[in-house]
Design a protein. Structure first.
Length: 385
């Protein structure tokens, strides 16, 4: 068990990350991503970092933009954490931390950054890699990439790059009218590749039938075709599409995952449900682990989604991938080498032949470069305990 944690200081930085190649989804194209990083220092000298993989606007989900994350952190979450320490003098574990801000509705992205910094500290205190702390057992696994291109040519170019780098699974961003073009051209080029699509909520109950012809292309899954807050209509259209539906945006908690399983089970199509577990979307790794275990028990496949995270965030996700319940390759790497012109870790994460091997190094297994955080970032506020 973790020894108790007494906080000394919490700081929030906004780090400006520049993408090497623009990334396009159904909701927009991103080039530059300002990212909040939470830095926590304990009274016995441990320092933990947590990245909050926000975008510049709330087009993916409410509260996934950095403006709202910074407000939630400054006005509500940090004061709640401080109040807990003022009252009890310490934190016993991650559950204790989560209790301190449990009354705050939503703000999952913001909460996840504080929790990640806490996990980093606990792993260091216990001198363990995160994957061991989380009782993971798979040290080697395949990884995938997410391709966000505006045109067929851009998609094929990124895919060629990814395939040359050895990645084992391609996911491509689609929207109404682009689905067949993207899938057909990728399938022609790569008949045996694990292939899946992500619609990021761009279809409606009026046009979802555009997805039906995709059944003949042997896709692993169709990710979040409908509304970002919907589970019910997704379960309904899943009755008419053979390819499994994967939920991303609409799962915020273990309860949401349970509700989805309930509906797909009721329709007797549970083998058509897959869940993308994105830790920041569900408030952090604690909840993410519980979702993975629940889905594992139900036989529902899961994988780990990314948010164009820096190498620091990706390293947390790679450790999470060690859980035996995570059954499909995650979005862990950029299709074109590295996502950012300059990243925040001292050494880059390296995939060999489309796989990743976890080491016995403490915490994430890599070191954050504090000089880069200071160079690309600005300290916005801090709390002293
Ligand atoms: O829906 O998975 C998504 C990026 C930004 C917002 C939403 C999503 C994505 C990705 C990126 O697909 C995956 C990655 O980080 O490699
Ligand atoms: Mg997605």
């Amino acid at each position: 068990m973790a020894k108790k944690i007494i906080l000394k200081r919490a700081e929030v930085f906004l780090v400006l990350l520049n993408l090497v190649h623009p990334f396009t989804t159904s909701f927009g194209t991103y080039k530059q991503l300002p990212r909040p990083f939470v830095k926590i220092t304990t009274n016995d000298g441990y320092v933990g970092f947590g990245e909050i993989p926000t975008l510049t606007d709330p087009a993916y989900k409410p509260e996934s933009d950095y403006y709202s994350v910074l407000t939630s952190l400054e006005k509500f979450i940090m004061p709640a954490v401080k109040k807990h320490q003022d009252e009890y003098g310490r934190f016993l574990d991650v559950e204790d931390l989560r209790k301190s801000y449990a009354w705050i509705k939503g703000a999952n992205f913001a909460k996840s950054g504080v929790e990640a910094a806490f996990w980093d500290i606990i792993a260091q205190k216990e001198h363990k890699p995160l994957w061991k702390l989380w009782r993971g057992s798979k040290r080697v696994f395949s990884v995938g990439v997410s391709i966000g291109g505006k045109t067929k040519e851009q998609v094929l170019e990124k895919a060629a790059h990814a395939v040359a780098l050895g990645y084992k699974r391609l996911k491509v961003k689609v929207w109404p009218g682009f689905e067949l073009t993207a899938v057909k051209s990728l399938r022609e080029q790569y008949p045996h590749m694990l292939l899946q699509i992500d619609a990021n909520s761009s279809y409606t109950m009026e046009n979802w039938k555009l997805l039906k012809p995709l059944d003949q292309y042997g896709l692993l899954l169709i990710e979040q075709p409908l509304y970002d807050d919907d589970v019910i209509y997704h379960s309904e259209i899943s009755r008419h599409i053979k390819t499994p539906i994967c939920l991303d945006e609409s799962v915020h908690s273990l309860d949401d995952a349970k509700r989805a399983v309930f509906l797909w089970e009721k329709n007797k199509i549970l083998d058509r449900l897959i869940i993308n577990i994105k830790p920041p979307r569900v408030s952090g790794f604690y909840e993410a682990i519980n979702i993975a275990r629940f889905c594992g028990k139900k036989g529902v496949k899961t994988w780990i989604g990314g948010m164009l995270d820096s190498a620091w965030g990706k390293a947390f996700n790679l450790n999470f991938n060690a859980l035996k319940e995570i059954s499909l390759p995650g979005d862990h790497f950029s299709p074109t080498g590295s996502y950012f012109e300059e990243d925040v870790t001292k050494t880059p994460l390296v995939s060999k032949n489309g796989g990743y091997s976890l080491t016995n190094a403490v915490s994430t297994g890599c070191e954050i470069n504090r000089r880069t955080i200071n160079k690309l970032g600005k300290k916005l506020f801090s709390v002293s305990f």
